[in-house]
Design a protein around this ligand. Structure first.
Ligand code: IPM
Ligand code: MG
Length: 360
């Protein structure tokens, strides 16, 4: 029996997670995988009910589970709080506490969505890259951090610290090279070596680690150039390895290659249970309207089966079902296209995927 912690969170989180649980249940039944789900509170919902974005019970539930299915956190109600007490802290603490240092964000364009992207078909057709983001270091967690009086006595200063150690760089680089081994054997390491000391170390350690993987072709790219190349020539990329903040920004940009941020799943892996979440946020403006695209979370559930439960056939079946539903023309508003497509809501999209898994 595999135990899955379910953390819906805020905004559209509960809606998309509900669909992903439905899909997991269906895939579990079809492939004979016994799954047990237990819900926990996180983010703004947890601030309201327990006074903290990551209550200890939620953390222990996650530690006692085989995998975590996560929705989204945040919303305007909590915007006034200082950064260290905001809903987002919930997911950041989970990543840190569980040591989820490797964040896999596959960017794959489903053939039937090629016209849903604002980018030209001849540029994006066939895009298939893996964004690998370091997730527990860098600016997000470096100390000192905070707002303190300015040394000149005039006002305050906001401080964030960008730190990377050899160990942190080495372990994420190894994950990157291993992933590349199973793909097209190319890895692009992204940094800002012309300005940042942390990047100087990053580039050196990645280059050294590459000697363990002689069949992988490594190149280095500055982050500003990478943001341009992702739009100019996205098919040149196979695995893109980068630090926390750069990866956050580049993955939203890369989402446009897949048609919509509502299509992009993620897996956050470390030594314990993995965490699976859509890369989009809580989208409070469309919450509760049954319009959000659940496919990013459904595809995250497929990653959960693949990476945490080692159920490749079930994972592939979910992905194939999503592909068939899109080919049949069903679209949520974010991927709506002119022509022969049928607009559906969140729950209906989930039902269509389930039906397709059962038939497939
Ligand atoms: C993401 C999100 C998070 C991040 C937020 C919600 C803290 O943008 O997963 O990309 O910045 O990591
Ligand atoms: Mg982000």
């Amino acid at each position: 029996m595999a135990k899955i912690a379910v953390l819906p969170g805020d905004g559209v989180g509960p809606e998309v997670v509900r669909e992903a649980v439905k899909v997991l249940t269906t895939a579990g039944a079809r492939f004979g995988i016994a799954l047990e789900f237990e819900e926990g509170i996180v983010g703004g919902a947890a601030i309201d009910r327990a006074g903290t974005p990551l209550p200890p019970e939620t953390l222990s539930l996650c530690r006692a589970s085989d995998a975590i299915l996560f929705g989204a956190v945040g919303g305007p109600m909590w915007d006034g709080l200082p950064v260290n007490r905001r809903p987002e802290r919930g997911v950041l603490l989970l990543r840190k506490e569980l040591g989820l240092y490797a964040n896999l964000r596959p960017i794959r364009l489903f053939a039937s969505l090629v016209d849903a992207s604002p980018l030209k078909r001849e540029i994006i057709e066939g895009v298939d890259l893996m964004m690998l983001r370091e997730l527990t270091g860098g600016l997000y967690f470096g100390e000192p951090k905070g707002i303190i009086p300015a040394p000149d006595g005039k006002g305050e200063q906001g401080v964030d610290t960008l730190i990377y150690t050899t160990h942190e760089i080495e372990r994420i680089a190894r994950v990157g090279f291993q992933i590349a081994t199973q793909r097209r054997k190319r890895l692009t390491s992204v940094d800002k070596v012309n300005v940042l000391a942390s990047s100087e170390l990053w580039r050196r350690v990645v280059t050294e680690t590459a000697t363990e993987f002689p069949d992988i072709e490594l190149d280095h790219m500055l982050v500003d150039n990478c943001s341009m190349q992702l739009i100019r020539d996205p098919r040149r990329f196979d695995v893109v390895l980068t630090e926390n903040t750069f990866g956050d920004i580049l993955s939203d940009e890369a989402a446009m290659l897949a048609g919509s941020i509502g299509m992009l799943p993620s897996a956050s892996l470390g030594d314990g249970p993995g965490l699976y979440e859509p890369i989009h946020g809580s989208a409070p403006d469309i919450a509760g309207q049954d319009t959000v695209n659940p496919l990013a979370t459904i595809l995250s559930a497929a990653m959960l089966l693949r990476h945490s439960l080692h159920q490749e056939a079930a994972a592939a079946a979910i992905e194939a079902a999503v592909s068939r539903v899109l080919e049949a023309g069903y679209r949520t508003p974010d991927i709506r296209q002119p022509g022969r497509t049928v607009l559906v809501g969140t729950a209906q999209m989930g039902d269509l995927v389930i039906e397709s898994i059962r038939k497939g």
